[in-house]
Design a protein around this ligand. Structure first.
Ligand SMILES: C[S@@+](CC[C@H](N)C(=O)[O-])C[C@H]1O[C@@H](n2cnc3c(N)ncnc32)[C@H](O)[C@@H]1O
Length: 188
């Protein structure tokens, strides 16, 4: 099932989590005994269905119409136990309340990570974790890229700095996949 979605994503150039990133996520889900997940960035449902296959219940945001249609097809085909709920909205514009989660997985527009973190950590359980993907941006160097990418690189750096300096969370960065982090609330 997952290999079919992965094949589809590769064929249609949809960016999905790397194999190493997914293994990292799977290990974290088991280590931290994660059940309820909020994902920001469904794309075609690959990581959401993977997390469901590890036993999680996943609410997942996607704003792009084409991705939403394709994710719905994949969920209809593969989410037999109805563990994944697609929220077809821009996560930054969504105004309804959500339930609470053990894990918030941020894998969406890189320039907005701080806004996602600020907006959604109120739904994180006391002992929950936030995992962010794409923090190394394929190890690109500012001097070798165009202006737009350079701005993105700067925003990623600013976000990493924001996490490092955060008064309420401890964050560890991992050189896995496209660069991942785990943030956990500081003990009071
Ligand atoms: C890297 S892909 C997600 C890959 C997916 N998590 C996986 O590994 O299978 C990022 C997705 O986030 C979506 N996205 C970006 N910003 C968003 C936002 N503000 N709200 C909802 N979805 C967003 C994009 O449309 C894109 O499909």
């Amino acid at each position: 099932m997952l290999s079919r979605i992965k094949e589809y994503a590769l064929k249609t150039n949809v960016p999905i989590i790397t194999d190493a990133g997914l293994l990292f996520l799977k290990t974290a889900i088991s280590t931290y005994k994660i059940k309820d997940v909020l994902e920001i960035g469904t794309a075609v449902g690959y990581s959401a269905l993977a997390m469901a296959s590890y036993g999680c219940f996943v609410d997942t945001f996607e704003r792009d119409e084409e991705m939403i249609s394709q994710a719905m097809i994949h969920l209809d085909m593969f989410d037999e136990k109805k563990q994944v709920k697609l929220i077809p909205f821009d996560a930054l514009k969504y105004t309804s309340e959500l339930r609470s989660y053990d894990l918030i997985f941020i894998d969406a527009a890189k320039a907005q990570y701080e806004k996602f973190f600020e907006k959604y950590t109120k739904y994180l359980r006391e002992d929950g974790i936030v995992i962010c993907d794409n923090l190394s941006f394929h190890d690109l160097k500012p001097e070798n890229v165009n202006r737009h990418t350079r701005q993105l690189l700067r925003k990623i750096d600013t976000f990493k700095n924001y996490l490092t300096m955060h008064p309420d969370f401890n964050t560890t960065f991992f050189d896995v996949g496209d660069g991942m982090s785990i943030s956990q609330r500081k003990l009071k």
